[in-house]
Design a protein around this ligand. Structure first.
Ligand code: GDP
Ligand code: GDP
Length: 439
């Protein structure tokens, strides 16, 4: 599971600026996608590609409250509880304020390793500034200038040693150990996740105990259907709730995102009887952003009449236009209908996400795409795209070499994505296009 770092601090010290620096991916899949708004609180930092981290901006969660009040907000406490390292962000221009002292003593009580990020050091004398904040006596104090993109590498260099020793150690081994396709079933509370997991397992008693939500070990169950193996990884549905009334309380964005990251295919479960909520779209946005294959399962299809189904389907198609490549299946977890179709869609999405592509067919496709429609001129010059090669799987990543590629508009990137998707039948998975400048 992805290690988690939480950004904590007074309002206006630059947490969200730092969050953006850390989570900005080289080639954003979502940032320019109409229909999705990026979740500004939770993101994945891939600045070190081999060591991804989940980053939580607690400032966005706590609203505008200062100090202790802000910290006592449940979501902030949860974020700190579930993180492995806390980064306390302070403002070099304000200097050390009483609220900072209050917050840091609160953070100390959490027992989490602490790093102080001294932000807005641009144009200031570093020695003076750092001397003021070094009095905290924490694991590390790092100078930052988030607005200028500076300091994130130093920060990460201090974060990694504070993570549990096994944070990245067994990832390779684990993948081999998990049989079949790794699937995460996600969705809002009451969408029907537990019901679906139980239905798939064909038994009504999940023998999984919830260890106070603090364990970092994902809970997994394996199953076999139609000769295919699947591993269902840690979801709220797999974790048996102790009390029903805890369902909403226990919905953890952090765990959901960790599950998405650990999965190959995400089944997004939506309650057909409710309107699609922003939270549903945010989870889909995260799935796309993390490059995971996606199947949308519309649950509770039982007992709806033809008119209701039609209305529901139309509304959904409109709002989910930005993931029109994802298959929508209609199921009833309660009655078990649609299970075969659902798992078939999972298998197909997985096949697309892990399909091997080769350089010559990709380059030929690129030539076709470029011939049919060229990117608009930039100051009289057309960006050129010369050749393509595969850059990775799950999501399929296509590296395109050319010139002036940074001027290529998001709409042209989408055109290429769709072109490659259609050409190579990559239904059910995001496709990542990576431009490289070459001369
Ligand atoms: P948050 O409330 O802690 O999330 O703070 P924001 O990220 O919204 O930043 C608050 C203000 O500080 C914004 O106007 C930023 O442009 C500014 N800011 C953030 N980082 C820096 C920095 O490194 N240097 C300077 N000079 N300003 C910064
Ligand atoms: P979770 O919070 O996502 O794990 O949701 P649950 O599996 O606990 O289901 C929430 C409620 O929806 C329960 O009362 C289920 O019985 C009900 N439910 C789940 N699936 C279906 C379905 O396909 N049809 C109907 N009518 N109810 C369902």
């Amino acid at each position: 599971m992805l290690p988690v770092i939480a950004l904590v601090g007074r309002p206006n010290v630059g947490k969200s600026t730092l969050f953006n620096v850390l989570t900005r991916s080289r080639d954003a899949l979502v940032a320019d996608l109409p229909g999705v708004t990026r979740d500004r609180h939770y993101g994945v930092c891939r600045l070190d590609a081999a060591r991804p981290l989940m980053v939580i901006d607690t400032g966005g969660l706590s609203g505008s409250e200062d100090g202790l009040d802000g910290l006592s907000a449940r979501q902030v406490r949860l974020a700190i509880e579930e993180s492995q390292v806390v980064v306390f962000v302070v403002d070099a221009r304000d200097g050390l304020l009483p609220q900072d002292r209050t917050i840091i003593s609160e953070l100390r009580r959490s027992g989490k390793p602490l790093i102080v990020g001294v932000n807005k050091t641009d144009g200031l004398d570093l020695d003076t500034v750092m001397a003021e904040f070094s009095a905290f006596g924490v694991a590390a104090t790092v100078p930052l200038a988030a607005a200028h993109g500076r300091g994130s590498d130093l920060l990460l260099a201090d974060v990694f040693p504070l993570l549990p020793a096994d944070a990245y150690a067994d990832d390779g081994g684990e993948e081999i150990a998990d049989p079949g396709i790794r699937v995460a079933i996600v969705g809002r509370p009451n969408a029907g996740k537990s019901t679906l997991v139980n239905r798939l397992l064909g038994e009504d008693r999940l023998i999984v105990s919830d260890v106070a939500g603090t364990t970092r070990d994902p809970i997994k169950v394996t199953l076999e259907r139609d000769g295919k193996q699947f591993t269902l990884i840690d979801t709220a549905g797999v974790r048996r709730r102790s009390k029903v009334e805890d369902a909403v309380e226990k919905f953890s964005v952090i765990k959901t995102l960790q599950s998405i990251e650990a999965a190959q295919v995400v089944v997004m479960l939506v309650d057909a009887r409710e309107n699609l909520a922003d939270q549903d779209l945010t989870l889909i946005g995260h799935t796309v952003e993390q490059g995971r294959a996606l199947v949308i399962a519309l649950n509770k299809w039982d007992g709806m009449d033809a008119y209701q189904r039609d209305q529901c389907q139309q509304a959904l198609a409109r709002r989910l236009a930005f993931v029109d490549w994802a298959k929508i299946v209609f199921i009833s977890a309660l009655h078990g209908s649609g299970m075969r179709e659902l798992m078939r869609a999972v298998v197909q999405a997985h096949a697309a996400a892990t399909k091997e592509l080769n350089t010559s067919e990709l380059t030929r496709a690129l030539e076709k795409a470029y011939e049919s429609y060229q990117p608009p001129l930039v100051r009289g010059h057309a960006p050129k795209l010369r050749f393509a090669h595969p850059g990775g799987l799950n999501p399929p990543t296509i590296v395109l070499h050319g010139t002036r590629t940074k001027h290529i508009a998001p709409s042209y990137r989408r055109y290429l994505e769709n072109f490659f998707r259609a050409r190579f039948k990559l239904q059910g998975t995001p496709v990542r296009i990576d431009f490289r400048e070459s001369d």
